[in-house]
Write a protein that binds this ligand. Structure first.
Ligand code: NG6
Ligand code: CA
Length: 509
């Protein structure tokens, strides 16, 4: 919140001081960034000085979890405080999905609005737009967008950088819309006369696909889904981080001039595929484009931090940095992410990765900084899940969640602020086949039985962790989930299956 001179008589009123104390809140949400991908988490092959600086100002968590091992369900859960597995249609969304969170549903932005905040969503959205899948008119104002979910401002990508439409959407309208090149989108078939990755691989001059990503070609890169038009509105992948960051800085600056605190959901495209960072981030480390994308992410973090400092609002801004799911190397483009690891482990040695039920799927970095209230250079092994951020933040900004809102979110504010080093008693993790795992604070991990192959079947070389029997791991002695001890511990297995069932049935929160 902006510092300003206040007459003594006004400063003394309770209303003003309550308002003045509310911190600005920024969620920096990376994409596919693994537990081992940051220097402050032990990464050796990449430098992340700005994230290091954030960590020096706050708490680094070593047992923090995304709600799911893919984007859409993780984001849904974070923004609504409801487990995505309760809601059909929350699997990885195509770019023409209708808006998954409906306007009447309570969101984290509604929560901040009720506490007097100005709110914004920037960057990757991946939760659908408009009223109906496939029915959007991208050349007009979309009927529903983040503005209907409590976000005063939004500048977003509809889905992911590898899905059409490849344009930014500002407050429900395509930014820089080009009247000469009306936009059409289809996830069913190509438009007559348009090239595609399958038919015209010679046009993939920026990145070639390793699996999938063979529909529309935009900026010399194959995408998922077909698209026509766009013209001047089409993004250039190398400028995505710049665009998102610039708009975020603008929002922060505008708000610093007001009396209200702000909430910003800053969801970067890095380090999701296609990894195509700007030239100025390239070639700085041995890991190639994936490493460069991490450097670009770190740059965005630095830009946000510098802006807060320049405006004199850094001390009373709560910054939460995390990722939507675990890491993946080859996720569909030939960018040599796997070949150039040079000993780096994106998961920090955990088993599995993006998509999987193993810890590599949902164990993510989490750094929380709030200089005015949190001592720097702390670590915490409190167990904490993103599903609980909404209720925890509501408590921090002193507002109440209406009945029925954020039904699965629990208040662990003290854990999030580093005061309580224990956190929650259990967290639930969702894998790509929707199977659930339960991880407890005493380090048991149960993976419920599910159908599905042992390896991700379409390209990424990742173990899924799926089996048709319950699996139990003792993470205290077996952090790598190598030895299934369910058979030796039938009672524990049964107990955890029962807890999971009770949460599913809404009997336990
Ligand atoms: C997969 C894509 C992958 C990525 C993922 C979503 C293919 C072959 N693979 O289906 O590239 O886009 O979906 O990632 O299409 S997420 O982080 O947004 O969940
Ligand atoms: Ca992701």
């Amino acid at each position: 919140m902006k510092k300003r001179w206040v007459p003594a008589v006004l400063a003394a009123t309770a209303a003003y001081s309550a308002q003045a104390e509310k911190p600005n809140v920024i969620i920096i949400y990376a994409d596919d960034l693994g537990y081992g991908d940051l220097q402050s988490y032990g990464a050796k092959n990449v430098e992340t000085p700005n994230v290091n600086r954030l960590a020096e100002n706050g708490v680094t968590f070593t047992n923090a979890h995304a709600t799911a091992s893919t984007s859409t369900p993780s984001r849904y859960s974070l923004l609504t405080g409801e487990y995505a597995w309760r809601k059909p249609g929350t699997e990885i969304a195509p770019g023409n999905a209708g808006m998954i969170i409906r306007p009447e549903q309570y969101t984290i932005a509604d929560m901040f609005k009720s506490a007097g905040y100005n709110t914004a969503a920037l960057g990757k959205w991946h939760l659908g737009l408009g009223d109906k899948t496939g029915q959007q008119d991208w050349n007009a104002q979309l009927p529903t967008h983040p503005g209907d979910l409590g976000f005063d401002y939004s500048y977003i990508m509809a889905a992911t950088a590898d899905r059409v439409p490849c344009v930014f959407i500002e407050d429900g309208q395509v930014a820089n819309w080009d009247p000469e090149a009306p936009i059409e989108v289809s996830y069913r078939g190509n438009f007559p006369g348009e090239p595609s990755g399958t038919e015209n691989p010679e046009l993939l001059y920026n990145l070639k696909s390793s699996h999938g990503h063979s529909d529309a070609i935009v900026n010399g890169i194959g995408r998922i889904g077909f698209m026509k038009g766009g013209g001047k509105a089409l993004w250039k992948d190398e400028n995505i981080a710049d665009s998102i960051t610039e708009h975020a800085i603008e929002f922060i600056k505008k708000n610093a001039k007001t009396d209200e605190p702000f909430f910003m959901y800053f969801a970067t495209n890095d380090v999701h595929v296609p990894r195509f960072p700007h030239d100025r981030f390239r070639g700085k480390n041995q890991m190639g484009l994936r490493g460069d994308a991490i450097v670009q992410f770190d740059w965005s973090v630095g830009q946000i931090m510098n802006t807060l400092e320049e405006l004199g609002i850094a001390d009373n801004t709560l910054v939460i940095l995390s990722s939507d799911n675990g890491p993946v190397t080859d996720d569909g483009y030939i960018d040599y992410a796997e070949e150039l690891l040079n000993g780096h482990s994106p998961t920090g040695g955990l088993r599995g990765g993006k998509y999987s039920a193993y810890e590599g799927g949902t164990m993510v970095p989490l750094i929380v900084s709030w200089p005015e209230k949190i001592k720097g250079n702390q670590t915490s092994d409190a167990l904490i899940s993103q599903i609980d951020w909404l209720a925890s933040l509501a408590s921090i900004v002193d507002t109440r969640i209406p009945k029925g809102g954020a039904p699965d979110s629990r208040n662990y504010a003290d854990a999030l602020l580093g005061k309580d080093k224990v956190g929650s008693d259990w967290v639930i993790e969702q894998a790509n086949n929707n199977s659930l795992s339960l991880r407890t604070s005493d380090n048991w991990k149960l993976i419920e039985p599910s159908d599905g192959p042992a390896m991700v079947p379409w390209g990424p070389k990742i173990e899924t962790g799926y089996r048709d029997v319950p699996q139990l791991f003792n993470l205290s002695s077996d952090n790598g989930e190598e030895k299934d001890v369910a058979a030796q511990n039938p009672e524990k297995t049964f107990e955890l299956l029962k807890t999971l069932r009770e949460v599913k049935e809404g009997k336990k929160q």
